[in-house]
Ligand binder design. Structure first.
Ligand SMILES: *Cc1c(COP(=O)(O)O)cnc(C)c1O
Length: 463
């Protein structure tokens, strides 16, 4: 199994190499050269399996000889052992034909744990085998950073530094980053916005001397291994609703397009998915693009669903690569236009290809809050604001004869202010982390300055 770049220039890599390098050297994203398929019989055989067994069967063909069967199975088991629900990704019913896939039972209460917990295990195994050590640096507006810290804390082969905007993440998110006590965890409160965190991170990756010196590695949402881990729950959900003998649709609250792209991979593997619905908040570049063909960036408008407040949706490049017939030059040209002019136009043929798989919708701030309120009143279900965006858009796209599954991407207690504002109920944290507010916090304040950040990292990592 080889991985190729969406911009057609970088060399093909193995699973392990693609995972450890993240971004391709030509600036592109790695995708499998061919997507392995599962027959109807293979899918039928998933009925009754545990989440871990399903994960093994779905992901195994993508991993090639990077890990043995036994090791890969062990790493999957370790990755999900810390989840607070035996089913890992359980479903509840919201209405006839409408289901909610709860992806928030991991250690940091958001779906990113599914990918991050696995990638932590895979990194540790691969690096230990190679006798290498890396420095992981990430920028976060909240959920990615806490998931990364939770996944990499205490591992021997990595140090993890997370830059978050000082005073601009929720208290639960901040405490999830600042309370772990392991020596290899470094929460850095940067004086600036999320965009500043991301810009300094990019600067660090572009400082090649520093990058090599500390062996910088990235685990942001463009890492192929993260996408792969998310393919699994599309299978587990569809199978429990009758796949492969019944079609299922999914609605996915979307920011960087990673989660919904995983659904597209599941479909390409042979899972009978009817429709994939992209649900955005008021930052609706993807909805506008799928509607008009124009991918045009504007300002980010902060919303009650902050993990979807993005303008440039990094994983969208992967689906464009397919829509343009896997023409790396065409994708590279679009990305150049995006960089120089702030947008591009998707060709008629490519737009048609996208619309074969994806529908889209958006939820305004008022609609999101109204959906939280209505879901509580009519179904007794407390939704996080991101999941509420999904439920609202799903309701507009449901077809009578095909079950719709909406992905619940975070636990309501992770965003208590918005949930309380909408429903009057302040959701409590699950019992296993009820002491989060009593734990001691540990963080480093840092200026929005590249060389200060580089010095801080140099001083903290083992020589
Ligand atoms: C990251 C995140 C999203 C968006 O996921 P993408 O893969 O970036 O599309 C949605 N909801 C929550 C709670 C998240 O943390």
């Amino acid at each position: 199994m080889r991985y190729i770049s969406t911009r057609g220039q970088a060399p093909a890599l193995s699973f392990e190499e693609a995972m450890l390098s993240g971004l391709a050297r030509d600036g592109g994203l790695y995708v499998p050269e061919t997507v392995p398929t599962m027959s109807a019989e293979d899918i039928r055989a998933l009925h009754g399996l545990s989440y871990e067994e399903t994960a093994f069967r779905v992901m195994r063909p993508f991993v090639g000889d990077s890990f043995t069967d036994e090791t890969f199975g062990d790493l999957i088991a370790k990755a999900y052992a810390g989840f607070g629900h035996g089913a890992r990704a359980p479903m509840v019913q919201l209405a006839p034909g409408h289901f909610l896939l709860e992806l928030f039972h991991g250690p940091t209460l958001a779906f990113k744990d599914f990918a991050m917990q696995l990638i932590g295990q895979l990194f540790e195994e691969a690096l230990t085998r190679r006798g290498e050590r890396v420095t992981i640096v990430g920028a976060t507006s909240g959920d990615t950073g806490s998931a990364a810290i939770e996944a990499f804390k205490g591992l021997d082969a990595v140090d993890v530094f997370i830059l978050y905007p000082h005073g601009r993440v929720s208290e639960v998110q901040r405490r999830q980053m600042t309370t772990p006590t392991e020596a290899n965890v470094h929460a850095v409160a940067l004086d600036g916005h999320f965009d500043d965190c991301q810009a300094r991170l990019k600067d660090m990756f572009n400082d090649f001397a520093f990058r090599d010196e500390v062996r910088l590695a990235g685990v942001n949402s463009i890492n192929w291994a993260r996408v792969l881990a998310q393919v699994v729950y599309y299978f587990s959900a569809a199978v429990s609703l009758g796949a492969p003998d019944r079609k299922v649709s999914f609605t996915v609250p979307t920011g960087n397009f990673g989660d919904v792209f995983a659904g597209y991979i599941a479909k390409k593997m042979g899972l009978p998915i009817d429709r994939l619905v992209v649900a955005t908040n008021q930052n609706d570049i993807l909805h506008r693009c799928l509607t008009s063909g124009d991918y045009v960036t504007s300002e980010v408008h902060p919303s009650v669903s902050p993990s979807m407040d993005i303008q440039v949706s990094s994983n969208f490049e992967r689906v464009l690569f397919d829509a343009y017939g896997r023409d790396g030059n065409a994708v590279a040209q679009l990305m150049d236009e995006l960089k120089s002019g702030g947008g591009f136009h998707v060709s008629q043929g490519a737009l048609q290809a996208l619309r074969e798989h994806f529908e889209s919708g958006r939820a305004s701030e008022d609609e999101t809050l109204a959906t939280i309120k209505a879901a509580r009143a009519s179904m007794g279900e407390l939704l996080c604001p991101h999941s509420a965006v999904g439920v609202k858009v799903a309701d507009e796209h449901r077809a009578p004869d095909t079950p719709m599954v909406t992905l619940a991407t975070a636990h309501p207690a992770k965003f208590p202010d918005a949930v309380e504002q909408a429903s009057g109920i302040r959701p409590p944290l699950p019992e296993r982390m009820a002491d989060l507010f009593d734990r001691e916090e540990r963080m480093t304040r840092a200026p929005n300055d590249l060389s200060a950040l580089e010095t801080l990292i140099r001083e903290r990592i083992p020589q």
